[in-house]
Design a protein around this ligand. Structure first.
Ligand code: HPA
Length: 274
């Protein structure tokens, strides 16, 4: 991947040709059901992924697949409306690419959002969770292979992968809105199958509060290139086997829709604090 820097440079140049190289305060990655927030951005510059050199293209229905850059809560934001998942067949380095482009654009802060299964049995579907840390036992890493020293070091710290100061802001934002924001550990599963009940029990024993199929590759990439990251999960369903019923994508979408306004308000409040 010696030409990674060239590819990143070409993607950056294309984006800047549309935005006039405006300084961007924060980047947002919108998970399932949350894409609508991008439509609330004012004076938007919209760039379909297909148009950006070397960008992967989204395949999932309901994932729009475009960057929306503009104003939200008085801040300039760059929003990924639709993200890339490992289960879609993308390689980890493809999932890393958009985050590395953000860094190239000079963006220092990243808010990641997702829909996740709830592993903590004291909580409920519909709860929102601040990601305090993560677990990834899947062997693939977005930083595997040649290391681009210009982006970050070969071996890099993950002790503050979810930025302490941003977490403080998130708690404050939730408090202001009267949201009972849970805090916990997100465990990555590569999907696309939901977990088995035994995997959910194992995740709980390992210290996970939520499980999902995204966010972690992006958070690792952001840590590598020195971006401050924050993550929120919408716990759309209880993890497999907790309730005596099968799990489906419909439930994920339904709950997402039910708490969308609250989730959106939280992200907005967070952006205004940044
Ligand atoms: N497991 C994994 N990913 C998910 C889930 C789940 O239960 N719900 C929403 N995304």
């Amino acid at each position: 991947m010696e030409d990674l820097m060239r590819k990143l440079g070409e993607a950056k140049k294309h984006i800047e040709s549309k935005t006039g190289a405006a300084k961007i305060d924060v980047a947002l990655v919108l998970g399932s059901g949350l894409g609508g927030l991008a439509d609330e951005i004012s004076d938007p510059v919209i760039i379909p992924y297909a148009e950006i050199p070397h960008f992967p293209v989204s395949t999932v229905p309901g994932h729009a697949g475009r960057l929306v850059i503009g104003k939200l809560e008085g801040k300039t934001v760059l929003c990924m409306q639709g993200r890339f998942h490992f289960y879609e067949g993308y390689e980890m380095d493809q999932i890393a690419f958009p985050v590395q482009v953000m860094r190239m654009l000079g963006i220092g802060k990243l808010i990641l959002t997702n829909a996740a299964g709830c592993v903590n049995t004291s909580w409920n579907a519909g709860d929102l969770m601040l990601i305090t840390d993560h677990i990834k036992l899947a062997p693939q890493s977005p930083m595997r292979g040649h290391n681009e020293e210009e982006l970050g070091p070969r071996f890099f710290d993950m002790t503050r992968a979810y930025d302490p100061a941003l977490k403080v802001m998130a708690r404050r934002a939730a408090e202001k809105l009267g949201i009972n924001l849970r805090e916990g550990v997100y465990m990555f599963f590569s999907g696309p199958n939901f977990e088995t009940p035994a995997e959910i029990r194992a995740a709980r024993i390992l210290g996970a509060d939520a499980v999902g199929m995204s966010t972690v590759p992006e958070a690792i990439t952001a840590s590598h290139c020195g971006m401050k990251t924050l993550g929120f999960s919408c716990l759309t369903n209880m993890g497999a086997g907790i309730l005596d019923q099968p799990l489906g994508h419909e439930e994920v979408l339904e709950t997402g829709l039910r708490v969308k306004n609250q989730f959106t308000a939280l992200i907005r409040a967070m952006v205004s604090e940044i």
